[in-house]
Design a protein around this ligand. Structure first.
Ligand SMILES: [Zn+2]
Length: 496
């Protein structure tokens, strides 16, 4: 595997990026994935593919995709994801590595002793940390990290700081929920690696509104980092108490989709607290990548897309129905292949995330970096729900689209979407109910009409009811500060 200094990578021409990816891909498949992953060795053998057949990004299409299902425990194998952990041993190394690959190990054994070789391999491969996937319905799957992977997490942290435009002297308030989830630890490690002062409060469930507001007041942070819904709730509370935060420079949102309207709402709130001219930036990360990618600051507040690191991974775009590989700029599902990780390693992994506008290559119009950028218009596939709104046939509705309309609406403070059976009768049709809490200055009739129209245009369905609720009641419904993640979508059909 070859590594390249960040300063060089940031502006590397596309062609050289591709050469670097191909080189790292070959090393990954031949030296690590095939020899050390029980799952992928079996898969290659079953498909009749030799590790030597995968020489460049285009060759990846020959490999079957891996999806969440392949990681879930099965009856025969309750710890199925373990088969995707890279586990080297002496026999596997002797069997799969040529003399040229083994030479450095042999030399190290000669000069420093066999225990030094063992120790180096342990640092590189032995799992010492884990985070879990956070699917709504599926069981959480552990993703293991070796010390090497934590070094990678630190490195992606410093890269994030660079793209987000963080200054070294900035103090950062980390509001992500304290949990074995990527977001919290990515920010934690970014602070360690970048040398920033970071206060990690553990988020709403751990520190509560009071604790977080106190933290904000004492630390006087230049940057707040957290889940969009929670950050908005906290800043609204801060504004209502007359707090001033003129020092804030950047708000970083993660672990959830970032609706453009929410960025505007946050900006308005912060302006009322004395913070002008600040950046509100989104990030995109997922457990299986074990790192996150960020937007860069833009003059007009538009979204630059998420800059990713071609030396560390490959993104493909596929047609979610046919699984055919599409051109970079196409709409489709994101598929990820890591190139430098150890521990739990998935290859050609179906993220389930749909992107509109695909991946942009060429220099970023905002920061000039040549890193490829994933369009900021992302939605999670898990939010595509089958609704029986009529007796005849089901309709597939992307709940995320409805959520986006609600989050984008400047007159809506909080919201929740509920699907239930008409009259609580399991044989009846489904109903779509929206609960909203609107601003004091807003007219419910106008908001209702606007939502009906907008949701119909975006999803082709019309909500059965749009019910206004007082803010406190709605905050209770979504479980703000009680749940690890706000309950924005409730499917009450199964319980009836
Ligand atoms: Zn940029």
């Amino acid at each position: 595997m070859s590594s390249i200094p960040w300063k060089e990578l940031e502006h590397l021409p596309s062609k050289e990026q591709r050469a670097l990816q191909n080189q790292n891909l070959r090393a990954m498949v031949q030296k690590r994935l095939y020899p050390f992953s029980a799952y992928y060795r079996e898969l290659f053998d079953r498909e009749g593919i030799s590790p030597k057949d995968i020489r460049c990004v285009e060759d990846l299409a020959r490999l079957p995709l891996t999806s969440k299902r392949d990681l879930l425990p099965s009856e025969e194998d309750p710890e199925r994801s373990r088969r995707m952990v890279l586990v080297p041993d002496k026999e596997l190394i002797t069997e799969h590595w040529g003399l040229r690959d083994r030479l450095p190990l042999l030399l190290q054994a000669l000069t420093q002793g066999k225990s030094a070789v063992k120790e180096a391999l342990r640092r590189e491969y032995y799992p010492i940390f884990m985070t879990f996937t956070t699917g709504r319905s599926a069981q959480p799957v552990p993703f293991l990290y070796s010390r090497h992977d934590l070094d990678e997490l630190e490195q992606s942290g410093t890269r994030l700081n660079s793209i987000l435009g963080f200054h070294r002297d900035w103090r950062v308030l980390n509001l992500f929920p304290y949990a074995p989830h990527l977001a919290f630890w990515q920010v934690f490690m970014a602070g360690f690696a970048g040398g920033n002062m970071v206060l990690s409060t553990g988020g709403g469930k751990v520190a509560g509104t009071e604790g977080n507001l106190r933290g904000m007041e004492r630390l006087q942070p230049e940057s707040l980092v957290g889940v969009p819904g929670y950050l908005y709730h906290l800043l609204r509370e801060a504004r209502n108490r007359g707090m001033r935060m003129p020092q804030i420079q950047t708000i970083v949102l993660g672990a959830d989709t970032v609706p453009p309207g929410l960025k505007i709402k946050l900006k308005t709130l912060l302006a009322e607290m004395g913070a002008e001219d600040l950046d509100i930036l989104g990030t995109y990360g997922f457990t299986e990548a074990r790192m996150a990618f960020a937007e860069c600051p833009t003059k007009d507040g538009s979204s630059s897309g998420y800059h990713f690191y071609p030396d560390k991974g490959i993104f493909e775009i596929i047609d979610p129905e046919t699984t055919e590989v599409l051109p970079f700029e196409a709409d489709g599902e994101l598929v990820y292949t890591p190139l430098t990780g150890r521990g739990t390693t998935v290859f050609r992994y179906r993220t389930g995330d749909r992107v509109q506008g695909g991946i942009q290559t060429g220099p970023c119009p905002h920061c000039g970096r040549t890193l490829p950028r994933i369009s900021s218009r992302l939605s999670r596939a898990s939010s595509i729900t089958n609704l029986d709104l009529k007796k005849i046939k089901g309709t597939l509705v992307n709940m995320e689209e409805i959520g986006q309309v609600l989050a984008d609406d400047l007159e809506i403070e909080e919201w929740q979407v509920e699907i239930r059976k008409k009259d609580n009768d399991p044989h009846e049709v489904d109903e779509l109910i929206l609960y909203i809490s609107i601003r004091a200055s807003a007219e419910i009739a106008t908001v209702r009409e606007r939502l009906q129209k907008e949701i119909k245009v975006r999803t082709e369905v019309t909500p059965n009811e749009i019910l206004p609720l007082p803010l406190e009641q709605l905050l209770n419904r979504v479980g703000m500060e009680k749940e690890m993640k706000e309950k924005r979508f409730v499917d009450a059909r199964a319980q009836q």
